[in-house]
Ligand binder design. Structure first.
Ligand SMILES: Nc1ncnc2c1ncn2[C@@H]1O[C@H](COP(=O)(O)OP(=O)(O)O)[C@@H](O)[C@H]1O
Ligand SMILES: [Mg+2]
Length: 239
């Protein structure tokens, strides 16, 4: 494989602003980064520096104004929005800080959502959901609703939902922020074991220095820019 094929995501000089009333906020001011296959890339930086915006432009839920983004071999700037939506459903899994489970659906039904969106039958979706929930140790919680689960268990359901359709890119926004440190650690161990394969890439935005040790590489953001690249957490203990 040559250099470009090892890249899962390439972000080059991306600019994104938000307009509200007569003011304009630049959330990304020329941000660049690369994420490789087979790695956990962490993005760290202070609140408001543009981390969530960067994840949103990478997964195509927000449009950007300048620069280039390539995810696998796709140039997002050249895709129509319907095409991006289909690409995202096939290729990207998401994990959020607040888990974002649907309160009226059981664990199995929540995990089934990405497969249902892809047009799979309910029977197939639920069969695959049960398999992955077993793998994360929740075989006794198939029919539980989110409010009947602990935070750590809810995040395991969310991880299952992010991975059930075997996406190549897993995007996590502050996945451990609402968890105690033991559950946070377990979440990362599970992500590393089940999400990270040679043909996959995991990008995690986090404030949580307790999980930095799981990163293969860390990029630091500040004020809409990527300002530093680190091989491991010992270099950013001040961050
Ligand atoms: N939908 C939006 N409308 C207006 N401003 C926004 C919006 N989303 C983010 N911003 C602004 O963009 C900047 C970066 O936000 P964000 O990407 O959420 O930062 P982070 O995730 O690092 O905390 C902040 O100044 C924020 O207020
Ligand atoms: Mg954020």
């Amino acid at each position: 494989m040559n250099e470009t094929h090892q890249l899962a995501v390439r972000v080059e000089n991306v600019v994104k602003s938000f307009t509200g009333g007569d003011s304009r906020v630049f959330a990304l001011k020329g941000a660049s980064l690369e994420a490789r296959f087979g790695e956990i890339l962490m993005i760290v930086g202070p609140s408001g520096c543009g981390k969530t915006t960067l994840l949103s432009v990478i997964c195509g839920t927000l449009k950007f104004e300048e620069g280039n983004i390539t995810v696998f071999d796709k140039d997002l700037g050249k895709m129509r929005s319907g095409e991006i939506t289909r690409f995202r459903r096939e290729n990207i899994g998401f994990i959020f800080q607040q888990f974002n489970l649907i309160p009226t659906l059981t664990a199995v039904e929540n995990v089934s959502i990405p497969l249902i969106l892809q047009g799979k039958s309910t029977a197939e979706a639920e069969r695959r959901s049960r398999t992955i929930l077993e793998q994360v140790g929740l075989s006794d919680k198939f029919k539980s609703f989110p409010h009947q689960l602990s935070g750590g268990q809810q995040q395991r359901v969310a991880i299952s939902r992010a991975l059930v359709h075997e996406p190549r890119l897993i995007i996590c926004d502050e996945p451990t922020a609402a968890l105690d440190s033991v559950s946070g650690h377990k979440t990362l161990e599970l992500l590393k074991a089940s999400a990270l394969k040679p043909d996959r890439c995991v990008i995690i935005v986090t404030h949580d220095s307790r999980i930095y040790e799981f990163a293969d590489r860390i990029v630091q953001m500040d004020d809409g820019h990527v300002v530093g690249h680190f091989k491991d957490h010992t270099q950013i203990n001040h961050a």
